[in-house]
Design a protein around this ligand. Structure first.
Ligand code: ADP
Ligand code: MG
Length: 475
């Protein structure tokens, strides 16, 4: 029965989804329900106290704003906790939900107007408590090139294994910067794995893992949560760098150990290598580094062009008139560097533009449309090991000397320079840098950084030396 309040609530949810993004929405708002609307007060409920306090402290304003844009008379939102017993990981397959209809221009990958309903695979996956899977992110649409060959091969291998097969590398750990295809690859594993018979592949963002665990604790369902996780054949965790909180990390560590020891596959993606996951315990880091660690590099121009071609081909199924001359694709591939998301953004704009104006796509139009997507070259990611190696070479000492506790002048200065460079060229924290320099205290690092900063101001020769080192490291 259509009810105006419920309908309004649906629209508010769509607004929220747009404002906070799909991931955040499904983590925190998917299970929020409208209880009543009285006067200027809206009553909403969520299943757990944790969820309530989280939403209150992080999203109260957005929630209210979204309501007010649908109904300006609303002045207050009250959140309550539903009393019913809830199960952490619902055993029933949820009815297929229709996903929001997006504007057709937004979506180059093809499912713009009639977004596919969740397929049985994703329904089963969601019933296990997994994060939502995007039907477009499969092996079929993943383009392989030099920078991702190894990661792709390893992911393929994992997805093709059968229950009972010996696990070849565990965990498989993939790291890369933003927009280079980590999520695409991980979701491909989930799709492919769950399509096969009898294997359970669970894809979770670290955020979801955290949320599930914490809310399981609150509802005393932690055992169910742990048991469920341990029945999984392949556990896939995305964006591990976001895993926070001591108890969640401990739980993650237990889960990781339990699964690996039981011969189950674990796949992880993060934006940095295991050794740089500073907030994680040393033992977890070394367990993570103990499998296969693969880095995906930036997308080369050739790969970018192939990705663009594949995208245009898919888009054509849904927008038959859409055509982009090869010359234009070549142009985009050349100037939109590094990031898969920007490539997609560029094509979406061309699509929108040609739809709105009914004009064919030309080089001129492309130049105009994608101008702001051209970014200055992102500085290369510099590694602490590299800094130590180059500094050691420059000053003719060994890397071991830099890490040692020797305090002779010929190693003290190079060590300070290396620490200074580590602080200025990487995003690592002082304690992390200290750890990587033979387990020194962060105050030692701070002292070194200040010392060199001070010297550089007065000593031109040293300033020059440091410039040269920086250039070597950043090229
Ligand atoms: P990450 O998770 O590493 O930040 P994503 O997996 O979300 O990156 O990728 C960003 C966008 O670029 C997505 O639309 C993705 O489909 C696309 N993309 C990245 N690499 C590839 C690839 N090798 N083939 C096809 N599409 C890719
Ligand atoms: Mg991602």
């Amino acid at each position: 029965m259509p009810n105006p309040d419920q309908e309004r609530w649906s629209r508010v949810k769509e607004r929220l989804r747009t404002v906070v993004g799909e991931n955040v929405f499904s983590s925190w708002f998917a299970r929020m329900e409208l209880e009543s609307s009285e006067g200027d007060t809206i009553k909403l409920s969520v299943p757990t106290r944790f969820l309530k306090s989280w939403v209150q402290s992080h999203y109260a304003e957005k929630l209210l704003e979204c309501w007010q844009s649908e109904q300006s008379t609303v002045g207050r939102i009250e959140l309550t906790v539903r009393s019913a017993v809830i199960r952490m990981l619902p055993p029933k397959v949820k009815p297929v939900e229709t996903l929001p209809v997006r504007s057709e221009f937004r979506d180059i990958r093809g499912f713009g107007e009639q977004r596919m309903p969740s397929t049985p695979i994703s329904a089963v996956h969601e019933s296990l408590g997994g994060s939502p899977l995007d039907p477009r992110l499969t092996f079929d649409s993943f383009v392989v090139g030099r920078s991702n060959t190894l990661a792709h091969a390893a992911a393929k291998q994992v997805s093709q294994a059968h229950t009972g097969d010996a696990v070849m590398f565990n965990p498989l750990y993939i790291h890369a910067g933003v927009g280079l295809g980590k999520t695409h690859l991980l979701q491909s594993i989930a799709w492919a794995g769950n399509a096969g018979a009898g294997r359970k592949v669970l894809y979770l963002t670290a955020e979801r893992f955290m949320y599930s665990f914490v809310s399981a604790l609150r509802t005393q369902n932690a055992l169910v949560f742990k048991d469920t996780l341990r029945t999984i054949d392949v556990l896939v965790i995305d964006d591990l760098q976001f895993l926070q909180g001591k108890s969640t990390q401990q739980e993650f560590c237990h889960t990781l150990n339990a699964l690996i020891d039981a011969g189950r596959q674990v796949v992880i993606a993060a934006d940095r290598p295991p050794s740089d996951l500073e907030s994680l315990d040393e033992r977890v880091r070394s367990r993570l580094a103990g499998g296969l660690v693969v880095e995906m590099g930036v997308l080369g121009e050739e790969l970018r062009l192939e990705i663009l071609k594949a995208r245009v081909a898919t888009a054509k199924h849904h927008h038959p008139g859409f055509d982009v001359p090869l010359q234009v694709l070549g142009f985009i591939a050349k100037i939109v560097t590094h990031n898969g998301r920007d490539l997609e953004g560029a094509l979406n704009r061309l699509l929108a533009n040609s739809k709105l104006n009914g004009q064919p796509i030309t080089l001129e139009m492309a130049e105009r449309e994608v101008r702001d997507l051209i970014r200055p070259q992102e500085p290369r990611r510099v590694k602490i090991e590299e800094i130590q190696r180059i500094v050691a070479r420059q000053y003719n000492v060994s890397r071991a000397d830099l890490l040692s506790s020797r305090r002779t002048a010929n190693v003290v200065r190079p060590r300070q320079v290396a620490m200074y460079l580590a602080k200025t060229l990487t995003l690592r924290s002082l304690p992390e840098i200290g750890r990587r320099f033979g387990g020194r205290d962060h105050t030692t690092v701070l002292h070194a950084v200040r010392k060199i900063e001070h010297l550089v101001g007065n000593d031109n020769a040293l300033a020059e030396e440091i410039e040269v080192l920086k250039r070597q490291l950043q090229e």
